[in-house]
Design a protein around this ligand. Sequence first.
Ligand SMILES: C[S@@+](CC[C@H](N)C(=O)[O-])C[C@H]1O[C@@H](n2cnc3c(N)ncnc32)[C@H](O)[C@@H]1O
Length: 368
Amino acid sequence: MASDADPSKWNCPAHTKAKHEMLRRYLDGWYPILSKWNGRILFLDGFAGRGRYNDGSEGSPLIALRRLVEHRFFPQMAHREFLFYFVEANRDNAAALQHEINQLKVELAPWPATVKAHVLNEKFDVTANAIISRLREQKQTLAPTFAFVDPFGYSGMPLELLAGLLDYPRSEVFVNFMVGHVMRFIERDGQEAAMRGLFGMDVRDVLDGWDGRRDRVEHLRSVYGRQLQTRAGFDHVQSFAMINATGNVGYYLFHGTRHRVGVQRMKAAMWAVDPGGGFTFSDRLAGEDVLFALEPDLSPLRQELLRYYAGQKRIAVEDIEWYTLLHTPYRETHVRPVLRQLESDGCIVVNRPPGKRQFADGVTISFP
Ligand SMILES: C[S@@+](CC[C@H](N)C(=O)[O-])C[C@H]1O[C@@H](n2cnc3c(N)ncnc32)[C@H](O)[C@@H]1O
């Protein structure tokens, strides 16, 4: 089997670029939001990689660092401390990454003293356990953390560990769930422990409820998402499918957060990568000329709002936006176009206090 430093593993297909684009967009919002309230912020890249791909594209550590230091609001965030732990088990990869970070520091000199980047040539579970024990000993809580967990396979990232590490209100996870590999190996002898670790439950229970007809990939996606919610305690869990060149889902990116603003930012990132709103990116379509700009179909949202709010009076537009964000696949930005259409079709009553235009603050909606 090729080592994790083998050049064949460091090509950068379109789905990897899409993953990085999501990370980039999300961090753009995450850094300033968290640095408003917190003295110290932690970015933990559990499977950090070499820092650069064969085609020259930057890997997640460089993306995370560059996004912060080049951020247009960095001057306002500069008094906060940003700690980056890049955990990489392979020695060659860790050395390559350290070299890339050194280069980045030269490129972006003078490097801010408040941004500290550490490469740890260690396994993710070992590092995570050490962090948890240290926090327990010192009876401290973890600084607000964004953990990016992006392995080549599915071992070494037990759910219990993610739960223990990220059991703090402002912690979030962005995790690559390699459903293609999981599907292939879930019933193989010798994989029980790895699967039990990944899901935090026995394989028998993972497969329970799958009736053999339903799509197994979708079943595994929903079990893993449920575990992130119930065992790891993330109130809001979203997933995004990456479809490989053979047309199958290779992996899902899951985002777990306890804050609705986190959902808002991640949905914005996901919709940017898939403007059709299918929460899917396909290598097969990447780079093809799209003849028509993808416009989302808003009719399911229209139906849902009419159903959910049926008979309710004077609902604030902002409430409708949060409902849409948290309970439908749509973004808050889709609400106003739908309300505009519903109003012009005479399907809702818009209560506009004098002087208020369109759907400004203070405007409320009554549904039939
Ligand atoms: C998919 S790559 C990471 C890519 C990187 N996140 C990026 O986006 O640029 C996975 C990396 O995890 C490393 N790795 C494998 N097992 C590991 C473990 N148990 N702990 C930490 N790193 C590990 C591999 O050497 C490899 O560099």
